[in-house]
Design a protein around this ligand. Structure first.
Ligand code: SF4
Ligand code: SF4
Length: 237
């Protein structure tokens, strides 16, 4: 792992060189070719003759610290301690010998991770932040990703598609999660129902009122308590 950390600066992304596998640093810009020995594995060969074997596993994107530690422990024990997250939240481990690829794959699969997502597979679905960060989603795109990937798991593990397939899900038309070949927009199709017992205690009513693009949500007093009401004729769901 990188030992010499530079002083933090206030803006900009961190210097990536310190986190790059030393063999990749050494051969930067000198790649001769790469191939795809099996789903989930890439081999890059440099003009110097050096090889880097990359093993890719899917993650759930929104990672808890325990899962991250587990992934890092696997990287320390079965790889060289360097990892890379792809744009679609896969984790990649780099090793320099072919003989270390199978033990690494076995360790990942024993820990419950799925190896795949390369070449003509259905890549990991990129999804928006949903309830974790955003204050406008009516549904949580990440929950839908879980159920979709349960169905598509074998297409992630294999590379049977005519081309690489990128899917995205989002919980409004802003689609902050990125682009894909197929974009799935997950939204309610009926006006919201209001639980008047809870609104006064848990809801920032002015924010909710301000969020509706057609002013269908209004403040209201219900049973003597401050609440909200929805004008269903205006709601565009
Ligand atoms: S897609 Fe829309 S609702 Fe979902 S997280 Fe992004 S901005 Fe928020
Ligand atoms: S139109 Fe307004 S009330 Fe209807 S779902 Fe959208 S934000 Fe909610």
């Amino acid at each position: 792992m990188a030992k010499d950390m530079r002083e933090p600066i206030e803006s900009g992304c961190p210097d990536p060189w310190q986190y790059m596998h030393p063999t990749m640093r050494k051969n930067f810009g000198q790649r001769k070719y790469h191939d795809h020995p099996r789903p989930g594995v890439l081999r890059h060969v440099a003009y110097s003759g050096d090889e880097i074997w990359t093993v890719r596993a899917g993650t759930q994107r929104i990672l808890d610290v325990f899962t991250l530690r587990k992934l890092c422990d696997i990287g320390d024990e079965f790889a060289d301690g360097y990892v890379h997250f792809t744009l679609r939240s896969n984790i990649e481990y780099m090793v320099t010998e072919e003989s270390r690829v199978d033990p690494l794959i076995n360790a990942l699969e024993e820990a419950g991770f799925i190896v795949g997502g390369t070449q003509n597979s259905v890549a990991m679905i990129s999804h928006t932040q949903g309830w974790l960060h955003c204050d406008i989603p009516g549904t949580d795109a990440s929950g839908v990703v879980k159920s979709m990937m349960d169905e598509l798991i074998d297409e992630f593990r294999n590379a049977n598609m005519p081309n690489r397939v990128h899917l995205t899900t989002s919980c409004c038309q802003i689609n902050c999660g990125g682009q894909g070949d197929i974009a799935i927009n997950i939204q309610h199709t009926k006006p919201p129902k209001i639980n008047h017992d809870l609104v006064a205690n848990v809801c920032e009513r002015p924010s909710v009122v301000a969020r509706c693009p057609v002013a269908a949500i209004r403040p209201a007093m219900v049973n003597g308590k401050p609440s909200l009401e929805v004008d269903e004729r205006k709601c565009i769901c």
